[in-house]
Ligand binder design. Sequence first.
Ligand code: SF4
Ligand code: SF4
Length: 111
Amino acid sequence: MEDKFAYWHGIPREEIEWNSTIDESKCVGCGMCFISCGKKVFDYDFERKKSVVARPLQCMVGCTSCEVWCVFDAISFPDSQYVKNLIKERGILKEVRKKLEELRKSGNIQK
Ligand code: SF4
Ligand code: SF4
């Protein structure tokens, strides 16, 4: 089930326009994206033999793995500059630096 309360670096996930889109005219239903996505973004329609973007908000912001995996070039994403701008405009690097410093002080090298 989709977690509507998920955040990405403090930003409500539903405010972030980042997810895979399938061009059904190119999708041959090989299932690679459905089987491989660790975030369970896709369902598979066995009748139509197509993968379906069922849980777009579960897509990891900035991930484009399934675009690479789809040898039929049926999957696309917004321009990666959108995510880079988000990181700059929402001060995410500041928060990351803070977390790094917390980890350094705690002597913990794992997140
Ligand atoms: S990997 Fe591409 S062709 Fe295969 S099911 Fe996914 S979108 Fe369709
Ligand atoms: S980009 Fe990554 S997280 Fe998003 S649907 Fe593709 S494989 Fe899953």
